[in-house]
Design a protein around this ligand. Structure first.
Ligand code: COA
Length: 252
């Protein structure tokens, strides 16, 4: 059993987070599978669009905190960065269908999707500071640019959770639909019927002014994130999560 379910039907590849028992928390292996699946979708001329989704109850609870704790002890964190670069560089339409919680990278990956559909149950949260961490995935630049600096502070500094109607009002998602996956699939089918080179070139043109800056931001955030990941602050937060108690940062 793999924790990423991959299906290609009618020229549309669906990448589904399938680790429901852990709220679809993303492990190193899952990032590696996602990165490989995106490379395969890019190389296959029969694939015209990709949808990233989760289970009906949950999009993803973000990076696996046990993996974070291992990285705190000195492990490597290249797999999430490779995945983030893969979605920034992905050259075909990339859609997301979000039901339930989208936490951490579950929200920041959406900033690199071309179209995002949310179900009414969707909730978006970037609790990096609560974990002793910092924004990743280009979100320190892309989120303020998308929703405005004040709202980005609510999400990235306070870690406030926003609901689907708010995400729609703020422009984080395109649409709220009862069946988010069905709505995303309908949009993917429209894109799949378009002239593929016109779609690819249009996407490339829209990404051109910012792609290098986004990649540089992801690399820089990755360095700051990596340093913070190995900090005593982060270890306190990871231990608190695993012990199901509030983190106590008062000694720092
Ligand atoms: N990493 C590792 N394990 C996670 C996880 C994560 N990000 N999110 C959830 N889990 C695990 C829980 O430890 C629990 O495991 P267990 O059954 O073996 O004890 C299981 O998934 C179910 O989670 P639980 O917290 O009991 O479910 P819930 O419905 O009460 O809450 C969440 C769901 C997603 C709101 C909550 O688990 C959560 O806040 N997770 C952490 C999110 C986070 O901070 N992610 C990192 C962002 S940078």
């Amino acid at each position: 059993m793999t924790d990423i379910a991959i299906d290609t039907t009618d020229r549309i590849t669906t990448l589904r987070f399938a680790r429901a028992a852990k709220k679809n928390a993303l492990t190193v292996e899952m990032y590696e599978q996602l990165t490989a699946a995106l490379a395969a979708a890019s190389a296959d001329p029969q694939v015209r669009a990709v949808i990233i989704t989760g289970t009906p109850e949950c999009f993803t609870s973000g990076n696996d905190i046990a993996d974070f704790a291992r990285a705190n002890a000195g492990g490597e964190v290249t797999a999430p960065l490779d995945f983030l670069r893969a979605i920034v560089n992905f050259d075909k339409p990339l859609l997301a269908a979000v039901s339930g919680v989208a936490i951490g990278i579950g929200t920041t990956l959406l900033l690199h999707c071309d179209l995002v559909v949310a179900s009414p149950t969707a909730k978006f949260k970037t609790p990096f500071v609560a974990l002793g961490l910092v924004p990743e995935g280009g979100s320190s630049v892309l989120l303020p640019a998308l929703v405005g600096a004040r709202r980005a502070n609510q999400m990235l500094l306070l870690g406030e959770q926003i609901d689907a109607p708010t995400a729609l009002a703020w422009g984080l998602v395109n649409e709220v639909a009862d069946d988010a996956y069905a709505a995303a699939l309908a949009k993917a089918k429209l894109l799949a019927a378009c002239a593929p080179n016109a779609i690819k070139s249009s996407k490339a043109l829209m990404g051109r002014p910012t792609r290098e800056q986004v990649l540089e931001t992801i690399a820089h955030e990755g360095k700051v994130f990596g340093a913070q990941l190995r900090s005593p602050e982060a270890m306190e937060a990871f231990q608190a999560f695993m012990a199901r108690r509030p983190a106590d940062f008062s000694r720092f």
